[in-house]
Design a protein around this ligand. Structure first.
Ligand code: NIG
Ligand code: FE
Length: 402
């Protein structure tokens, strides 16, 4: 089956960031065969089907490379306390925060997790998202972590989306291990990782003064890599305890948050080829003041991604478009940086860059079409979604009147 997508303005987000003002894409069996100016279409083609895009902008399907989308319950009461002045870290130290969602998630069945998480996924998909990373990390016991990962893969099977899962057992110290963080890391490394190897695509951890130390994350990463699992890290969100350096040393796919990262951290990430994932919704919701060192990332050539961080604590909601807007307004990213941050660089953060994240020959035909006049409108609208069509592996999976 050969489909011609024609009369589109195309932002390929490929290595050269090519743009075609009157472009076309040829897709065979869900895979892009050719992209270019319509005037240069190979001669003698006989497509089985042609889709007329009437001058609409076409981008790669968006990639949300950092979410905690599967969880039970909500933490609105904590939000009320935080807006009244109590800090996220203080609530965490009292046993609230992540541990409060752990209690709700442990009590939920797999079906309940799927049904509670589905609307959040659906909300992302309506924004042109075709690939989503989903973490565990609210189970913190083997069976509950497995249940979260299964719920994530079930959502993937039931919706037109590629899901990449990360095991985030090192998100917080479970109450059963209070005061025994080293032991917990040891159990996760020695017992859980081998058992869960096939249930996840990567291993993540939370490196922070209120969570795990750089040394603990380093030991976990050593075990993960010995099993062939790639790693990513939450680091330098509220403090700098050396997370970026550990991530870089282990060749992490990504290092995420990074408000407290230094110039030396940026240099290390650049050398390691690690993507820096910006999570401006968490920055906004926690009313943080310290900005990530964007200038240093640019100077050292660190690829930047942008993600929603969808979670019940620091980023309640499920909008990548909002994260894009905040990355521009709060972090000063350009519209080009933000677009690459939710396409090519986000694919790289998930280790999927050879197949997704660009409109390029050999890539899956994941597209989003937009009712916009200019690419600058991506990350411009707040609380408004200009996505008019979503294409997953060559099939139209959503059309919206906008
Ligand atoms: O990315 N920082 C740790 N993890 C999440 C927050 C999780 C939560 O508060 O439930 C984050 O911001
Ligand atoms: Fe997170």
């Amino acid at each position: 089956m050969l489909t011609l997508w024609r009369n589109a303005r195309i932002a390929t987000c490929d290595e050269q960031s090519r743009v075609f003002e009157r472009g076309a894409v040829l897709v065979r069996d869900g895979v892009i065969e050719w992209v270019g100016a319509e005037a240069e279409l190979p001669a003698g083609l006989r497509p089985d089907r042609a889709v007329e895009l009437a001058g609409r902008w076409l981008t790669p399907g968006l990639i949300d490379c950092h979410t905690h989308l599967v969880f039970a319950g909500q933490r609105a009461t904590e939000f009320a306390r935080r807006t009244a002045g109590t800090s996220y870290a203080d609530i965490a130290r009292e046993g609230g925060g992540i541990l409060s969602t752990v209690r709700a998630t442990r009590a939920a069945t797999e079906d309940e997790l799927v049904e509670q998480s589905r609307p959040r996924l659906v909300s992302l998909l309506a924004e042109g998202v075709t690939t989503v990373e989903i973490k565990s990390g609210y189970g913190l016991e083997l069976e509950s972590e497995v249940r979260m990962l299964r719920a994530a893969r079930r959502l993937a099977a039931e919706h037109p989306v590629t899901v990449s899962t990360s095991l985030l057992a090192a998100h917080a110290l479970p109450p059963e291990f209070a005061g025994r963080a080293d032991e917990y890391i040891e159990v996760v490394s020695r017992e859980w990782l081998p058992a869960l190897r096939a249930s996840c695509d990567a291993v993540d951890a939370y490196c922070e003064d209120i969570a795990f130390s750089a040394a603990q994350c380093g030991r976990l990463f050593g075990a993960a890599r010995a099993l062939g699992l790639p790693v990513r890290l939450h680091a330098e969100q509220l403090s700098n305890v050396g997370g970026s350096q550990v991530a870089a040393r282990h060749g992490a796919f990504s290092c995420d948050h990074l408000e407290y990262a230094t110039d030396a951290d940026a240099a290390a990430l650049a050398r390691a080829g690690t993507v820096a994932v910006m999570l401006p919704v968490a920055f906004y919701v926690l009313a943080e003041q310290r900005l990530p060192p964007i200038e240093a990332f640019r100077r050292h050539g660190v690829p930047l991604a942008v993600a929603s961080d969808c979670n019940p604590g620091s980023a309640p909601g499920a909008s990548l478009l909002l994260a894009m807007n905040m990355a521009r307004r709060l972090f000063g990213l350009t519209s080009e940086e933000v677009l690459l941050g939710v396409t090519r660089h986000a694919a790289r953060a998930l280790g999927l860059a050879s197949r997704r994240g660009s409109v390029a020959a050999g890539h899956a035909a994941d597209f989003a079409a937009w009712s916009i006049d200019s690419l600058d409108e991506l990350g411009y609208w707040t609380g408004f979604n200009p996505c008019s069509m979503v294409v997953k592996d060559g099939s139209i999976v959503l059309e919206r009147n906008v």
